[in-house]
Ligand binder design. Structure first.
Ligand SMILES: Nc1ncnc2c1ncn2[C@@H]1O[C@H](COP(=O)(O)OP(=O)(O)O)[C@@H](O)[C@H]1O
Ligand SMILES: [Mg+2]
Length: 499
């Protein structure tokens, strides 16, 4: 079905069309400095396409909640637990409801975690629910920053991983990413690179202009034109928009942004008692008025240098722990037991990590596993290792090497990689596509083949076929290879599980 969305006016043509079906397949990146009209553009796109496609907006400023009144979007306040957001996202896909995830009021780290949990739930939706959704992310550099910032590494990894999944691997699952950013240079390259459609607005900085030119395949002098674009004007390029760079002017919108640009307003007449007004505390402040201690005086540089040149004092003896010492072995055994219990359920392979994680936490509580519960990324990793069916302590050096290779892969591919690596180390026959698919949590043998091709592209393994049509996977870094195995063989349960 061909649906053209009317984005406004194009130079030399009456209407600036956007081919919606093509957009679903090829994604969109919008770039422009603050105030260039990106959010307005996204709103135009959302309003025009609302009757045709499900929409999900990640909204850091709470701008898009106004879509609810006119277009029926449900607003999801992001101040919830990550597990809850993941489950809501699953239901959003199941019931095909358009939503705005309102992230306003959360600090940056919380925004990243919430976005990751929500996108994760959308991405991990059951195959039956892979309907097309436009996933619009405004201020995408917040969620996929090019460099580390003040937030924790873990939050950044989660959020960047979710954005990478959206843009690189979302298409098969019906997720079509539409992302907007103020500064291309601040957006992770791999996330930007997956969009095939571009709308470039006013851009001042040379570094952003250069990146825009690279993405669009223009020479850098040509890209100078982005400097002079007015508010609401964009250069469009891509299969869903135009084959050649085309200037367009975004048309009006029906709903309004909650946060508009500041407008100049005449000042009120200066009150005579202005001084009193600002220095007299209000009645409710009076009770709170506790004076802060003055800041410490700065230490003179000479003193600091003197301190640094003094010999290091002997380290203090370790303080007695305040809390009971946790028995590490007991904790490890507990976690291993729980993981094994979970994996014994044959359906576990087809449940998303988020669901398994919930199950894991509950079981740990039941078994009174001591210590802090594992965080989700650590859980994923342990699960991948447990799925591969190798006991980490007895695997030897090659296995340690395989583990460190697996860490270069996205979390959800590690399990499958470790499974083939284990087969190679044990000289077992190469697992069939069906077995590999199960390790990835899928029923699709083709997916397994594609993932093997991906491992091969990354130089982790080399696949060859013997004269009987059986597959052998060799691992150059590990110096070993699997025995030959038929790719089409039925799924066999893992050896350890069978024992
Ligand atoms: N095409 C347009 N037509 C009319 N007003 C626009 C247009 N594009 C942007 N504006 C207005 O300009 C201001 C800034 O636009 P906005 O979309 O918030 O910019 P950005 O998201 O790039 O910072 C808003 O008040 C918006 O309503
Ligand atoms: Mg904006």
């Amino acid at each position: 079905m061909k649906v053209n969305i009317d984005m406004g006016a194009a130079a030399g043509r009456a209407v600036a069309d956007l081919d919606l079906e093509e957009l679903l397949a090829t994604r969109l990146l919008v770039q422009g400095n603050s105030g260039s009209g990106k959010s307005h553009l996204l709103r135009r796109l959302l309003e025009q396409s609302a009757p045709w496609v499900q929409q999900c907006i990640l909204d850091p400023e709470g701008d898009f909640v106004t879509l609810a009144d006119k277009f029926g979007h449900q607003v999801i306040d992001a101040a919830r637990t990550e597990a809850e957001l993941t489950r809501i996202a699953g239901r959003v896909r199941q019931h095909r409801v358009s939503v705005v995830l309102n992230l306003e009021g959360l600090d940056v780290e919380q925004q990243m975690r919430a976005a990751a949990a929500f996108l994760g739930g959308m991405f991990d939706a059951e195959r039956d629910h892979w309907y097309p959704v436009l996933v619009v992310v405004d201020e995408a550099q917040l969620f996929a920053p090019a460099v580390g910032g003040e937030v924790s590494d873990e939050a950044r990894k989660l959020s960047l991983g979710a954005m990478t999944n959206l843009m690189c691997r979302g298409r098969k699952r019906g997720l079509a990413g539409v992302i907007a950013t103020q500064r291309l240079a601040k957006l992770a390259k791999n996330v930007a690179a997956e969009a095939s459609n571009f709308l470039m607005g006013r851009t001042f900085l040379d570094i952003d202009m250069a990146r825009a030119a690279d993405l669009l395949g223009m020479d850098r002098r040509q890209a100078e034109m982005f400097r002079d674009l007015g508010r609401g004007n964009f250069v469009a390029l891509g299969p869903a928009l135009s084959r050649r760079p085309l200037k367009i002017t975004i048309g009006p919108v029906e709903t309004s942004a909650r946060s508009a640009s500041p407008k100049l307003m005449p000042l009120p007449d200066a009150p005579e008692d202005a001084r009193d007004l600002i220095f007299t505390p209000g009645p409710e402040e009076a009770t709170l008025a506790v004076r802060r201690p003055p800041p410490p005086r700065p230490v003179p540089t000479a003193d600091i240098l003197a301190q640094l040149s003094q010999p290091k004092p002997a380290p203090e003896p370790p303080a007695q722990p305040v809390f009971a010492i946790i028995d590490e072995t007991e904790r490890e055994t507990g976690i291993d037991t729980v993981l094994r219990e979970i994996l014994e359920d044959p359906d576990a392979a087809f449940r998303s990590d988020a669901v398994l994680y919930q199950d894991f936490l509950v079981r740990c509580r039941i078994r009174r596993v001591p210590g802090e519960p594992l965080a989700l990324p650590a859980f994923r990793r342990r699960l991948a290792v447990a799925r591969a069916g190798v006991d980490e302590s007895t695997g030897g050096e090659t296995w340690a090497m395989a583990l460190s290779l697996s860490e270069t892969l996205p979390d959800d591919l590690q399990g499958m990689f470790l499974l083939v690596a284990r087969a190679a180390i044990n000289k077992d026959p190469c697992p069939s596509d069906a077995t590999l698919a199960r390790a990835y949590g899928s029923h699709s043998p083709r997916r397994a083949q594609r993932l093997l091709a991906y491992f091969e592209e990354r130089g982790l393994l080399v696949a060859r076929t013997d004269f009987h049509g059986r597959r052998v996977l060799a691992f150059p870094d590990l110096g070993c290879e699997t025995g030959p195995g038929h790719p089409d063989a039925p799924d066999t349960p893992q050896r350890d599980a069978a024992e």
